[in-house]
Ligand binder design. Structure first.
Ligand SMILES: [Ca+2]
Ligand SMILES: [Ca+2]
Length: 296
């Protein structure tokens, strides 16, 4: 574990997750409308999980070998957090999301240009890839001989062998004053003090791993899962659940560097949120799972 998977082989690193039974969701939901409850006992077969979020370097390898074009590139824009934009880019934008005015649609924003055309990933190759839609994430995982994790597999992985804890490492946000995840310190959305060391994304190998050796399950970038979104959970679906058979949105887990307890207390294992499968944004990425490790 640790940093041995640096450089071109980062995406090789998967962890064998032992099968078992765990408590999925919570009886004490912090965000009721997200369907965090009820707590239910769920059986999970053994599988493999990427140790890290998929990085820019990983995604570049995929694009250079396949010529893949992401949905954000096809649409010509993607959502970027206002606090990360240059004045020049901001001056050009006249619409925002009414309920979340800090999200701006930026022309030319994509995985290669996370804050628009005047930005680049060259100093962030080991950071999580952003601006990838659910469809893009599926394309990457398929190419790598892998697949997206189900929500249940993701949450089981997040918990790292601990039962009924808020975070992958326990119930205390900062044991011994140490930062365990890349989230937001300060006042959202106006003042990001970056006490954890990162105003935006961090390298995918930053911060201590959880009990399964997985990094940044909460915080850094949100992560897509394979499930359709619903807030009511079937009491029958307790063995390797795959979620509803249809829907309009896909489940994302873990929160991001933009999450603060005051408005987005979603950097908890039981927390969940959703986006349409063609959505992309400057805080949303993914990691892959597999029944056996992928060939790449
Ligand atoms: Ca941070
Ligand atoms: Ca994450």
């Amino acid at each position: 574990m640790g940093r041995e998977g640096s450089g071109a082989t980062l995406h090789h690193v998967m962890v064998a997750i032992p099968g078992g039974v765990f408590t999925m969701g919570t009886q004490e939901p912090e965000i009721q409308q997200d369907g965090e409850g009820p707590a239910r006992r769920v059986h999970i077969n053994s599988f493999y999980m990427d140790q890290y979020e998929v990085s820019n370097q990983d995604f570049e390898r995929f694009v250079s070998s396949t010529g893949y074009i992401t949905e954000a590139e096809k649409f010509g824009d993607s959502f970027v957090f206002e606090g990360m934009l240059s004045e020049a880019v901001k001056a050009d934008i006249h619409q925002a999301v009414a309920a979340a005015p800090w999200w701006l649609p930026v022309k030319g924003a994509s995985w290669k240009h996370p804050e628009g055309p005047d930005s680049s990933i060259s100093s962030r190759m080991d950071h999580p890839v952003l601006h990838v839609s659910w469809n893009d994430a599926v394309a990457f995982c398929t190419w790598a001989g892998k697949r997206l994790p189900t929500e249940a597999e993701w949450e089981y992985s997040c918990r790292g062998g601990l039962e009924n804890r808020l975070f992958p490492w326990g119930n205390k946000l900062q044991p011994k004053g140490q930062h365990y995840a890349n989230i937001w310190q300060g006042e959202f959305p106006t003042n990001n003090t970056a006490e954890d060391g990162y105003k935006g994304t961090a390298p995918v190998s930053a911060f201590p791993p959880n009990g399964y050796g997985l990094y940044n399950m909460v915080g850094n970038a949100w992560e897509w899962t394979s499930d359709w979104w619903a807030v009511h959970h079937s009491p029958q679906d307790l063995h390797n659940p795959k979620g509803p058979s249809s829907g309009t949105d896909r489940v994302k887990k873990g929160g991001s560097y933009m999450c603060h307890k005051s408005y987005c207390y979603r950097y908890r294992c039981a927390a969940r949120s959703q986006n349409t499968p063609d959505s992309s944004a400057s805080n949303l990425g993914f990691r892959c799972a597999a029944d056996t490790p992928g060939p790449h």
